[in-house]
Design a protein around this ligand. Structure first.
Ligand code: C2E
Ligand code: CA
Length: 457
């Protein structure tokens, strides 16, 4: 036996003697000992519930195998960062264990006493913490492997660990939770995802989807030009954030039903808050092409005489799903007859959006966040922004710069005379407000006027 093997055996023997709690972060793969199960069982007597968050290293954008040489370092980096972030982002008594299932799959087991709202499956706070940890790991791996940063994504799927009757109760419950999270991560169809489809259908029947709004600022005056409406599933549920909501709805063929409902809900909220500015409704090209969509929107508007199609811009998302641009141009023509307007999202993010812009000639172009972020520091981004502004001017399209997060980015927009901006720097998405609740934007108006004046002089 070599010295190295001997040391490893001794280390293993030593670890076998350690208490479960000393092994809660990525224990070695014992065949006869599962510390996370013992730890979970211990919590089961207390108030609250157990949850599993499955973090997955997703290389699907790479279209080829990841070379074996980088896997070791990748896995070490992921485990190291998860340990740090889980420790930082979760209350100590909430974090039960971390476990690696495969080279791509890492689970965080947590305990939470927070309540779940609206038939949600995971408490909101936990879902948010898991998302922050996901982002921490993604950033850490991107800085470890800069060359891979564009093709490595980290995803997270949170599910409850439903307790089962003994004898294999906890172990089986954990396995079920893992299988469900895995099915969601890999988009497999299982009895569990079928149950989630039923849950989503129930949410749709109950109308349990809400909307937020984010202001689009007029950068000349500092006034609010309009509002982008952003959908949210029930708080704390798997479907809360739009990425998961729309991905799952698409996968289960509930997309258009969901979007019909969001438009109805959005128009109700806009009318009840007496919003007079333009509103921007996101809609997928698939739903826009639905034979009943126009009729549906017009019927919804009939209930709200103060609203008119002229107030509505449809922001077309997920364009890649529709190949037939000519048919789409015909559909836009139909909507335009009533006064609806169109915006193309994410301009500058890819070639296809340029093709869309030139063929559909939208009334408004939203310049993608990827162009705006760091536009003050990366000269080529400023050139790209200038090119898009020139194209928009020639096509007589209005322009909104999206994803403005920093003052320096806003200053570039002032300097280049960009008409409108949107982003966390101005305001985060929030519930829709009545006119008398808009005092909070007064300060921003003054700030825009001041900065604009300073940059111009
Ligand atoms: P999007 O159309 O690009 O919407 C803007 C997203 O960027 C929103 O995320 C918003 O919160 C976020 N955002 C705004 N300002 C900033 C910023 O300064 N920095 C950063 N990093 N992000 C910013 P959200 O609400 O999570 O929506 C994500 C996506 O989900 C949307 O991207 C849109 O494609 C889709 N979506 C949201 N609501 C709907 C809807 O009602 N229908 C459809 N079809 N899609 C929707
Ligand atoms: Ca949008």
């Amino acid at each position: 036996m070599s010295v190295q093997t001997l040391i490893e055996k001794l280390q293993l023997g030593f670890k076998l003697l350690m208490p479960d709690r000393a092994l809660k972060f990525f224990p070695p793969d014992f065949t006869f000992r599962r510390p996370e199960i013992a730890l979970l069982k211990k919590r089961a007597s207390r108030d609250g519930d157990g949850y599993l968050a499955l973090f997955r290293l997703d290389f699907s954008m790479l279209h080829q195998e990841v070379p074996n040489e980088i896997w070791d370092e990748l896995q070490n980096g992921c485990r190291r960062q998860m340990k740090i972030s889980a420790g930082d982002r979760l209350p100590e008594d909430s974090l039960i264990a971390l476990r690696q299932y495969s080279r791509t799959d890492y689970a965080l087991l947590a305990w939470s006493q927070d309540k779940k709202e609206h038939g949600a499956i995971v408490p909101f706070e936990l879902r948010c913490s898991a998302d922050i940890i996901r982002s921490d790991v993604e950033i850490a791996l991107a800085s470890l492997f800069p060359a891979w940063r564009h093709c490595l994504k980290v995803t997270v799927h949170c599910v409850p660990v439903e307790s089962l009757a003994e004898p294999r109760g906890t172990e089986q419950a954990l396995e079920n939770a893992y299988q469900l999270a895995l099915a969601l991560a890999t988009r497999q169809w299982t009895t569990q995802t079928e149950a989630m489809r039923k849950q989503l259908e129930r949410f749709l029947d109950e109308g349990a989807v809400s909307v937020l709004s984010q202001p689009i600022m007029n950068l000349s005056t500092g006034d609010i030009y309009g509002w982008e409406i952003l959908a949210r599933g029930p708080e704390g549920s798997y479907f809360h954030m739009p990425d998961e909501l729309f991905r799952f709805a698409t996968q289960t063929r509930l997309l258009s039903r969901l979007e019909f409902m969001i438009v109805k809900r959005a128009l109700e909220e806009i009318a009840s808050r007496r919003i007079r500015e333009p509103v921007f409704l996101n809609v997928t090209a698939v739903t826009l092409s639905h034979p009943l969509f126009l009729q549906h929107v017009l019927q919804c508007l009939e209930h709200h005489p103060l609203l008119s199609p002229k107030q509505i811009y449809f922001e077309i998302t997920e364009r890649h799903e529709v190949a037939d641009l000519e048919a789409m141009a015909g559909i836009l023509r139909e909507f335009r007859k009533y006064g609806f307007r169109f915006a193309v999202d994410d301009a500058g993010a890819g070639y296809s959006s340029l093709q869309w812009i030139s063929e559909l000639v939208p009334e408004l172009i939203k310049i993608d966040r990827s162009v705006i972020q760091q536009v003050d520091r990366v000269a080529i981004k400023e050139s790209l922004l200038r090119a898009l502004l020139t194209a928009a001017r020639e096509m007589k399209c209005e322009v909104v710069a999206e994803g403005v997060e920093r003052e320096e980015e806003a200053d570039v927009l002032f300097r280049l005379d960009v008409a409108m901006g949107q982003g966390f720097y101005f305001a985060r998405p929030n519930v829709l407000l009545h006119e008398h609740e808009r005092e909070i934007f007064r300060e921003m108006k003054e700030k825009i006027q001041l900065r604009r004046g300073q940059v111009a002089s």
